[in-house]
Design a protein around this ligand. Sequence first.
Ligand code: SF4
Ligand code: SF4
Length: 84
Amino acid sequence: MKKTDFICAIGKELNIINTGDWKVYPPVIDQEKCKKCGLCLLYCPTNSVKHEDGKYIIHLEFCKGCGVCIHECPANSIEFKKGE
Ligand code: SF4
Ligand code: SF4
């Protein structure tokens, strides 16, 4: 079966496809600057941001690198990590 057979939310939830492979750069949260407002979690279209152990964490295996979280973060605490 091809990967493209599972480009859907169900495929993602079942961990059948690694949608994170599609991004160019990974977004990284600076935990020192994060205000813990939760907007990145709220607006992420792929549900890749989780609230774990008091921190907002981006699960890169599902993140597509769209940059919505970077745009919405009021503390400018998320950046694309480039050049690695
Ligand atoms: S870059 Fe897009 S997909 Fe990745 S965590 Fe941010 S909003 Fe979600
Ligand atoms: S939107 Fe920015 S400040 Fe708010 S929880 Fe996410 S990383 Fe932290």
